[in-house]
Design a protein around this ligand. Sequence first.
Ligand code: PEP
Ligand code: MG
Length: 801
Amino acid sequence: MIGIVVVSHSRALACAAVELAGQMLHGPRPRIAVAAGLDDETLGTDAVQIREAIERVDSPDGVLVLLDLGSAVLSAELARDLLEPSTRERVLLSPAPLVEGLVVAAVTAAGGGSAAEVAQEAAGALAGKQAHLGVTVGAGEPAETGDEAVRGVFVVANAHGLHARPAARLVAQVRTLDAQVQLSDLTAGTGPVSATSLSRVATLGARCGHEVEVAVTGSQAAEALEQILGLAARRFDEVDELERAPAAVSAGPVAASPGIAIGPACRADARAPVIPEAEPGDPAAHWRRLREAIAATRRDLARTRARIGREAADADAAIFDAHLMLLEDAELLADVRRRIESGCGAARSWQEAIGVVEQEFHALNDAYLRARAADVRAVGDQVLRHLLGIDAGLASVDGVLVAGDLAPSDAADLDPRRIRAVVLAYGSPTSHAAILATAKGIPMLVAAGNRALAIADGTPVVVDGDAGLLLVDPPPDVLGEYEKRLEQRRRAQALAYAAAGRPAITKDGVTVAVNANIASVDDAKAAADTHADGAGLVRTEFLFQSRTEPPPVAEQEAVYRAIAEAFNGRRVVFRTLDVGGDKPLPFSTPGHEANPFLGVRGLRLSLRHRELLLDQLTAVCAVATDWPVSVMFPMVSTVDEVVAATALLDEACYGHRPEGLRVGIMVEVPAVALRAAAMLPHVDFFSVGTNDLTQFALAAERGNPALAALADPLDPGVLALIAALCRQAGEATVSVCGEIAADPAAVPLLLGLGVESLSVSVPAVATVKQRVREVDRAAAQALAARALTCGSAAEVRALVV
Ligand code: PEP
Ligand code: MG
């Protein structure tokens, strides 16, 4: 029996259609898979999701794909291109109407129809309804194309003309209709061009005040004309203020990493990837690689677009629609394909074809439209980076990095010697990118909006990561003021560093280890120089990211050994791979998950890739024979997981654990905090990951800026979990390695709850040590007891400040 895939922009719509079809079936049923929406709520289609759905229901009899409209068709075509050739040839894309087509297809398939029969029946699915309503067009017949065009004229009212964003809006509308639309700029004398091609429309050069003629044919011609004229009257739903360059002082960024920096703005993705001289492979392989790179870029853009759509104004998100549209542009893709078929490599063909579109924008009269060439280049480079497997070019940035968003793997590459601060148009203050910036002492602002991306390279900017302030090209007196403050901070920091060599002992004489959270050998050296008492958390995943294969045991051992050597006898806690959530890994990340933070991540993932974990544990054990090191498992939920992980540890060291090797777990799952006693036979220590514990305890996603106030680790509920853990910990030590440990307000509270050591970002070590020296534990215990009775995080904060 054939399989059926339902592709729709809306998951709810697709599921409802499947339910409806299911009601028509009795007895055997065909397998039907849904590939719809970017998630349960976000409208969109994704080629990779469609490909996976096809693979799920694939059968030797074939697969019929039913689709809704617009980009669903392009995504489905792309998905078919991404399939293995043997699968691809039995997949049919159906032009049938989605709901009626699905019902007919399901019934015909259930009756044993061949793929061709099912496709034909589905294509005629409207016949009944049309006959009933007296419509004469035959079911499945192509729309008439020879009819006289209906015509209309509109005047462009958008301040910057019919540039990429309004053009994207127009193209998207036209694609939903059965209509062929041609546009001519009567004022400029350009055109006609097809309204289904974004690059064509935008290069008409239609400026504000120009008259544009619309000529439409097809079965929905009249409707299309009416909609286009309506859109034009609404200025294609564009909001003017977002189109302007930023004012001198930009408002709205959110502080994500503390500190002040001054420097020239520097766009990471302004640098073009370098194309290799020779690109091996035949044209078919080149085309396939390019389609995969486009699919990957579409996925990145769609995700960012969906997130921005939830967090910011729709108009902010609309810029991504224009970018997505460009990746579907039929003329652009046809040009690339011609070049590939004439023997040119995928990367060069793409670069040249994108270059043509970019030049067309450059040649336009209007300055604003000319500036849109940068958008074309940015998307083009994004595809090239996927194609060539290279990163965002952070290595050449010198000054204040300005970018849309940063993947954790890119953030891991930030070099504080060259990158003085980071300004992100999007992003969240609790993302891993923000944690990494904090760890490197790089001030960071997030959510600065699209206007941040309009800051020209080289413009002097001030980033105030304490106050959440971005000053673009400030006047000399303001700049002078910030230079003075920067100098004062440097002096205060120097004093704190001078005292950092002394241990952190509370007023009542208890020594508290203040360790460092690190993610590289360089971090380890910096932490040791800063007199961290050890490393309380080595985020080993950063050794695995940006690679296509896991690092071999010998390489891991060398890196872990270099880290241990840097600490020269101070204890180092290696956390095993913690990927998933917002830290995807190319070679082991699970497929699509609706809730990746609650998905196959951390230890769950490692236990499904035993060799990966075994290799890592082998490397740690080798180092443990020479240095005091610990191993720690992340995202633990159950005792069984710990038993399985420690069994692998024993396998890695052939049943003889190196003396001095300690075993611990992260406490990030609330159930573990409550059931710590059950873990005691298996562990020597617990380390509380308040970043995740808070998101799970309060059901507030850590990367979501809209929930930043809710996701406060000082919430009494989170504190109660830490208190429960400390009560049960017995001989095992309790540490906190989440970001809250570096908050001076939290230090007495955590010590009062029974926490014995802290692990913080390297730049915070000296100040946290200083804070510990001010704590009297009896007073801290009383404070903690009061905090546990508070009604909210705000009340707790009022208590401790
Ligand atoms: C945490 O969850 O608090 C933690 C330290 O781990 P990560 O931030 O790496 O998820
Ligand atoms: Mg965590």
